[in-house]
Design a binder for this molecule. Structure first.
Ligand SMILES: Cc1ncc(COP(=O)(O)O)c(C=O)c1O
Length: 483
C-alpha cells in the first residue's frame, strides 16, 4: 500500500461516511437483519490473504452500513443512545491515526484529556481539582473506579488496608441505592467484593426521588447491627424516567454520617446545562464522585465515560501502581492517568470529546439539550391529551415514560400488552422505542437525545405506538379469549 493508496481510500471513506449520515433520516430507523446479511458477518471465514482498502470499503458499504442499531436517526427514542456528533466522528479518524496510549507522558493526547475532563466538570458544575478525573469506557467503568475509591476510604477509616489485606475480616460495608438505580452500580458492588446484598434499596417518593427519611432509617438500622454504612448512590437522571434526586438533603445526611456520596449522571448530568431544569441539579457539586457519559447526551461517539472525584488523592491512592518499566521522570506532579483507574493502555478518547465540545461550544450544547427537554415535555403533553395513553412519571429531564391504556384491559392485560409493544413498534421500522418496568408496571420510555428530532416525529411515535398496540390489543382483549 502506498501513501497515495491510503489517501484515495481515505477520501472514499469520507464520502461513504458522509453519504451514510446524510441518508439516515430517510431510512427505516432499524430493521431486523435478513439471514443472508447476518450470515455474511457471522460466518465470515478468516481471510488467509489480504484485501485491498478499496475492497474493504466496498464490504463496509455492502455488509455493515445498511444495518445500523438506529441511534443515528432522529426518530430513535430507545435506551440512552445518541446520534454521533459529526465533529466527534471526524476526530475519531485522527485519534486512530495517532494511536497513542493515553496512559500518561508528555504528548498531546494526555494534555488534551486533562483539559476535556476539566471542561466536562465545568459543563456540569462539579468542582475540579487538578487530576480529579479521567475518561473511561463508560459509566459502568467510571462507577467501578469511583466506588473502589469510596470502599478504600471507608475501610481505611475502620483501620483496614484493602489493597494489602483484602476485605476478609472487615465488617460488611453497606451502600444505599433506590429501585431506580442503574444496574451498573450493583455490578460494581459485586466486582468490588462488597456483595449485592449489602446494597440496600431505599424507598423513592412518587416523583422517583430517593426518600431521605427512609435512607436515614436504613443507615441507623445497619449501624445498630454492627455494619459499616459507607456509600449513597444518587441519580442525576435515572435510566427509567430521568428522575433527578434532591442532592442537598442527601449530601447533608452523607456529611453528617460520614458517607461517600456518589452520583450517577451517566445519562442526565448534562441536563444541568438547560436553564429550564438546572434547578433540579442543585447540590450535585457536593458529591464525592460523579460518573457521567459524554457518549450519551453530548453525542461523543462511543466509547466515552468520565469519572470525576472531589479528592484526587483517594483515586490515586486506590489505583496507583508504577512498575519499574513504567517509571517516568517527566510525568510531573499528577503522574499518569493509569494511576487513577483500571486501564494501563488507554485509547485517545479526548480528541473526540474536545472536537464535540469545541464544535458546538457550551452555548450550542446547552441549546441542544434544552431542545431535547422541551421535546420530552411536549411528548408528555401529547400523551396526557390522549385518552388511550397514560403518562407514568413527571418529565424531569428528557425521558417520557408512558403506557398504552385502552379501556377494557385489567392490569395484567395492560402489562402483557405494554411488555410486547416496544418490539412490535421497532419491527415496523418507522420509529424506535424501548420499554422497561417501572415499579409494578410495564412502560414505554422515549428518550430524547437528538436536537434534530421534530414535533412531527413525536406525533409519528405516538401514532406508531397506537397502531402497533391496536394490532396486539386483539390478542389481549378479554372478548377475543373465547373466540
Ligand atoms: C443512568 C445510567 N447509569 C449508568 C449507565 C451505564 O453507562 P454505560 O453504558 O456507559 O456503562 C447508563 C446507561 O444507559 C445509564 O443510563
Amino acid at each position: 500500500m502506498t501513501p497515495d493508496d491510503f489517501r484515495a481510500a481515505a477520501h472514499a471513506a469520507a464520502d461513504l461516511v458522509s453519504d451514510y449520515l446524510d441518508g439516515l433520516p430517510a431510512r427505516p430507523v432499524w430493521q431486523p437483519m435478513d439471514g443472508t446479511a447476518r450470515a455474511a458477518l457471522l460466518d465470515a471465514p478468516l481471510p488467509a490473504g489480504g484485501t485491498a482498502l478499496t475492497e474493504l470499503l466496498a464490504a463496509v458499504e455492502r455488509d455493515v452500513l445498511p444495518y445500523p442499531m438506529g441511534n443515528g436517526n432522529p426518530r430513535f427514542f430507545g435506551w440512552v443512545n445518541s446520534a454521533p456528533a459529526p465533529a466527534g466522528v471526524l476526530a475519531t479518524l485522527a485519534a486512530a491515526a495517532m494511536n497513542p496510549s493515553s496512559a500518561g507522558g508528555d504528548h498531546a493526547d494526555v494534555h488534551l484529556e486533562r483539559t476535556v475532563v476539566r471542561w466536562i466538570a465545568e459543563l456540569v458544575g462539579f468542582p475540579h481539582p487538578a487530576g480529579g478525573g479521567l475518561l473511561t469506557s463508560g459509566t459502568s467503568m467510571a462507577t467501578i473506579v469511583c466506588l473502589a475509591a469510596a470502599r478504600n476510604r471507608a475501610a481505611r477509616a475502620a483501620g483496614w488496608d484493602v489493597r494489602e489485606d483484602g476485605l476478609a475480616g472487615l465488617p460488611p460495608l453497606v451502600g444505599y441505592v433506590t429501585g431506580e438505580t442503574h444496574s451498573c452500580v450493583r455490578k460494581a458492588a459485586e466486582l468490588l467484593g462488597l456483595g449485592s446484598r449489602h446494597l440496600r434499596t431505599v424507598a423513592t417518593g412518587p416523583d422517583g426521588r430517593l426518600d431521605t427519611a427512609d435512607l436515614r432509617a436504613a443507615i441507623e438500622r445497619d449501624r445498630a447491627a454492627g455494619l459499616l454504612p459507607f456509600l449513597v448512590v444518587a441519580s442525576a437522571g435515572t435510566v427509567g424516567t430521568g428522575a433527578v434526586d434532591a442532592f442537598h438533603p442527601i449530601a447533608d445526611l452523607c456529611a453528617e454520617q460520614g458517607l461517600w456520596l456518589h452520583v450517577d449522571g451517566a445519562y442526565g448530568a448534562f441536563g444541568r446545562l438547560d436553564p429550564a431544569i438546572a434547578h433540579r441539579y442543585a447540590g450535585l457539586e457536593r458529591a464525592d464522585s460523579l460518573a457521567l457519559d459524554p457518549h450519551k447526551w453530548l453525542g461523543v461517539p462511543v466509547d466515552c465515560g468520565c469519572a470525576l472525584v472531589r479528592d484526587t488523592g483517594e483515586l490515586r491512592g486506590t489505583f496507583s501502581l508504577v512498575p519499574s518499566y513504567l517509571r517516568d521522570e517527566a510525568a510531573g506532579e499528577l503522574g499518569w492517568f493509569s494511576e487513577y483507574g483500571t486501564e494501563q493502555t488507554r485509547p485517545f478518547r479526548a480528541l473526540k470529546v474536545w472536537a464535540t465540545i469545541a464544535h458546538r461550544g457550551r452555548d450550542g450544547l446547552a441549546r441542544d439539550i434544552a431542545r431535547c427537554t422541551e421535546l420530552a415535555r411536549h411528548l408528555g403533553e401529547l400523551v396526557t391529551a390522549d385518552p388511550e395513553l397514560e403518562l407514568l412519571a413527571e418529565v424531569q429531564t428528557s425521558i417520557t415514560a408512558f403506557r398504552y391504556r385502552p379501556a377494557g384491559l385489567d392490569e395484567a392485560g395492560l402489562d402483557a400488552l405494554n411488555r410486547e409493544l416496544p418490539a412490535a413498534v421497532q419491527r415496523r421500522g418507522r420509529v424506535f422505542v424501548t420499554g422497561a418496568r417501572l415499579g409494578d408496571r410495564e412502560m414505554l420510555r422515549a428518550c430524547l437525545l437528538n436536537a434534530t428530532t421534530t414535533e412531527a416525529d413525536l406525533a409519528l411515535l405516538l401514532a406508531e405506538v397506537k397502531s402497533a398496540a391496536a394490532d396486539l390489543h386483539t390478542i389481549y382483549r378479554p372478548d377475543t379469549e373465547d373466540s
